[in-house]
Design a protein around this ligand. Structure first.
Ligand code: CP3
Length: 341
């Protein structure tokens, strides 16, 4: 049986595109909340292979998405490198960061990360054994720039001013951190592929904070390097990159023959994005807000996306993750609109 998402990344065009949603396993699902409680907390859930497998499968059972994404977090890599990571309820992640006194020289060697991350590889293995035969398994990691922003500042930032100041004032330390993360990400993803991941996605959620040459240096180049090394080891593995918020910078990513897919955020106009399809397979980019509001607007936005992108290989997704207040019935509607066409 064919895996539609994998086939699409190999250039096949489907009348009904494959669909999955960022954060499809998460707080909008009552069954997720139950399992998270059973695990004790979000990070405990990430490191519990049986329960992570369960929450990855929950949205597949409910919606039969064409892909399952490993349940984990981009901040497990800094944790595996020896940084303290925790989640403040209602506020998001916190790290024992460089700006609060952590010295990068005290990070563990990259070869030690697997000690912490081995439960994640077990989750991937469980999933590759239990997913339906038509579901593609996506492994992932954060891109070095986005992970570095958390390691420097210790939490999400509005404009990343603090991290950019740090990088400008301490270029040697910052470049070294990007190199360490590039190497760690290659080793982490290689283990995910060995365990059964069929597609890799790199999340550079804060790429849009970088301008000009820094976007190339800290977002584009590290993702290119990670992908090149992975392709050397696993020539057939497709890699989707998500340099969120780079606007016109998406063109640079589309011209590169090493990346297989380009995930677009919702700020990218559909009429403009169409031109990217001659060079790369795109994924996106419905605004997650429509899963809260639904109605005719949800329907008309889906129609616009399908009309613009369906003539080339295309993966339907959101422009960013599902929010906790998304309504399950709107996801049912979304799937009905797309699949009944
Ligand atoms: O279903 C999936 O998409 C797979 C699992 C996944 C999670 N995080 C689970 C999660 C993936 C791919 C991520 C990636 C991630 N993590 C990113 C990149 C994508 C993006 O959203 O931009 C980033 C920046 C993080 C770091 C992170 N993790 C933040 C900033 C937060 C808090 C924000 C929020 O949504 O609450 C998290 C927590 C997180 N990661 C949750 C989930 C399901 C919610 C935790 C909970 O259950 O309380």
């Amino acid at each position: 049986m064919k895996k539609k998402l994998l086939e699409t990344l190999n250039g096949v065009i489907y009348k009904t595109p494959p669909i999955w949603l960022m954060r499809q396993a998460g707080r909008y699902l009552p069954e997720y909340m139950k399992t998270r409680e059973k695990a004790g907390g979000f990070l405990d859930l990430c490191y519990n292979s049986d329960l992570s497998t369960e929450v990855t499968l929950q949205p597949i059972r409910r919606f039969n998405f064409d892909a399952a994404i490993l349940f984990a977090d981009i901040l497990l890599v800094p944790q595996a490198l020896g940084m303290k990571v925790w989640f403040e309820t209602g506020e998001g992640p916190r790290l024992d960061s460089v700006l609060t006194g952590f010295n990068i020289n005290n990070l563990k060697p990259v070869s030690d990360i697997h000690e912490t991350l081995s439960p994640i590889y077990q989750t991937v293995k469980n999933l590759s054994e239990s997913l339906p035969k038509t579901t593609t398994l996506i492994g992932f990691a954060g891109a070095p720039w986005t992970v570095a922003t958390y390691m420097i500042f210790g939490k999400s930032s509005r404009d990343h001013k603090e991290v950019k100041i740090f990088a400008n004032e301490n270029p040697t330390i910052f470049d070294n951190l990007i190199d360490i993360l590039t190497n760690a990400t290659v080793e982490y993803l290689s283990r995910q592929i060995n365990a059964g991941a069929e597609v890799i996605k790199l999340f550079d959620s804060w790429a849009g904070a970088l301008s000009g040459m820094d976007m190339i240096k800290y977002s584009y180049n590290p993702m290119l390097k990670i992908t090149q090394v992975l392709k050397k080891r696993y020539p057939k593995i497709p890699v989707i990159v998500f340099p969120r918020g780079v606007g016109g910078g998406y063109v640079q990513f589309s011209k590169n023959k090493v990346f297989s897919g380009l995930a677009l955020d919702q700020s990218v106009p559909i009429s403009w994005a169409k031109q990217l399809q001659k060079d790369i397979i795109i994924q996106g980019n419905l605004d997650p807000i429509h899963l809260i509001t639904g109605g005719n607007k949800l329907k008309s936005e889906i129609e616009l996306l399908l009309a613009a992108f369906s003539g080339s290989p295309f993966i339907f997704n959101l422009g960013h993750g599902i929010t906790p207040d998304a309504k399950v019935e709107n996801i049912d509607l979304l799937l009905k609109y797309i699949r009944d066409k």
